[in-house]
Design a protein around this ligand. Structure first.
Ligand code: Q0Z
Length: 287
């Protein structure tokens, strides 16, 4: 009998289904968002690129921390995963100062309670990566919080554990990516607990939707960096004079093709696999 899956959640570009009591199915669509708005035009295979990258990193970081991956489906965009009790914390690591971190630094000289050196510029590399947790705001953007507030939310011991593990994951992946010409400026993890209370990495890992990917050969601090994956989309949107409120614009074919090529390039550089080989057999990324 074919299995049934109950839809239990929607993200901006992903869907979540319940398979049974212990397992969920995470499905990555080809939708793309820019300036926080989901566009009406899809990027073919974007969901497969993100699912393949996530699985690649889950397979290579399991000695740092166990993760929720149970199986990668043949469609290349669906992940069967263990159902966890998710922690109410977005675990962000920043190796470079940009986005909300740069904003907070300009206003206060600090990011999530870390006092940083004076005189830093947008996109500067930090002397050391920092753990900058946030919480899901009820609407809109995540809210950066300091370590005291984060420790109140999950307990001091668990806080210490997610900080240590997050920094270790970031250190591993950012070094690996930098050797392949991609800077992981920052990244966000979501952790949960299994039935025994063990910490498990959930959600997605080191995808361009959960991290900032920058082309290393264009890195130049003192300005915002081009996005490895979404820059064609942003540049096109800027030519339109669009006010960045919904609905977003349709994308022309050349912007779609260029953007798809960038996602595939990120996949191939990081995993060392041909994307066509992934489409033929997604498990190639598991090594
Ligand atoms: C992930 C999300 C998405 C909407 C819940 N292994 C897990 N166990 C329990 N819960 C989750 C996971 Cl990954 C879980 N999200 C984020 C993903 C659509 C929301 F695809 N929410």
């Amino acid at each position: 009998m074919p299995e049934t899956a109950t839809h239990v959640g929607s993200g901006k570009v992903r869907e979540l289904y319940e398979l049974d009591n212990d397992r969920l199915l995470l499905v990555a669509s080809d939708r793309i968002s820019t300036f926080d708005v989901v566009l009406p035009t899809e990027i073919p295979d974007k969901g497969r690129v993100l699912t393949g990258l996530s699985a690649f990193w889950f397979a290579r970081t399991r000695e740092i921390v166990p993760n929720h991956l149970v199986a990668l489906r043949a469609d290349g965009r669906s992940t069967e995963c263990r159902r966890l009790e998710m922690l109410p914390l977005e675990c962000v690591v920043r190796g470079y100062l940009t986005g909300s971190g740069w904003k907070d630094y300009q206003a206060t000289g600090t990011v999530c309670g870390h006092r940083l050196a004076e005189g830093l510029r947008d996109s500067d590399k930090l002397h050391e990566p920092i753990f900058t947790p946030s919480t899901k705001a009820l609407e809109g953007h995540d809210e950066n919080i300091d370590r005291e507030r984060a420790a109140e939310l999950v307990g001091q011991e668990r806080f210490d554990e997610v900080e240590r593990v997050s920094l270790e994951l970031y250190g591993f992946a950012s070094a690996y990516a930098a050797e392949r010409g991609i800077l992981l400026a920052d990244t966000k993890f979501e952790f949960g607990l299994d039935e025994a209370g063990r910490l498990v990495l959930g959600d997605e890992a080191f995808t361009p939707d959960s991290s900032r990917f920058w082309p290393a050969d264009e890195y130049e601090p003192g300005r915002p960096q081009p996005s490895f994956d979404k820059q064609f989309v942003r540049d096109y949107c800027e030519t339109l004079g669009w006010d960045k409120t919904p609905p977003g614009p349709e994308l022309p074919d050349d912007v779609v093709a260029g953007t798809r090529a960038r996602y595939v390039e990120a996949f191939e550089r990081l995993t060392g696999n041909d994307f066509d080989a992934y489409l033929a057999d997604p498990e190639v990324v598991l090594g």
